[in-house]
Write a protein of this length. Sequence first.
Length: 141
Amino acid sequence: MITGQVPRVSDFEKGFPIHYAEREGGWELDPWIHDDQAIVMKVRGKGLVVLTGCGHAGLINILTHARTLASGEQIHAVLGGFHLTGGLFDALIPRTVRELQQFSPAVVVPAHCTGWKATHAIAAAMPDAFVQNSVGTTFIL
């Protein structure tokens, strides 16, 4: 399924504070980037696989919404961009990792916009779930 617009429910994922959108011929501050969405698949006997795009809604918001849509189903894997790169997001990394651990995914694959610091923090905190990937990596879930 597709998440559609992801509700912003966490108290620490506040969007992208320097993002603007052109509306009605002018530029307006648009930190929420409401068009962010993710793909959610159910793997029989394992749980949900969540594929994020750029994760503008915040990883925890995305996973919370995915579980809500799937009636509380366990998150088996999360793959994609977690949007935690750059100085604006460094402070979010420790809490994101702690809350990600609460979902207990078996597989975590941070990609493009997750950033070096967040990727290494996830790998250190969740070594059994962390999977390094690169272009062409194939996942059998």
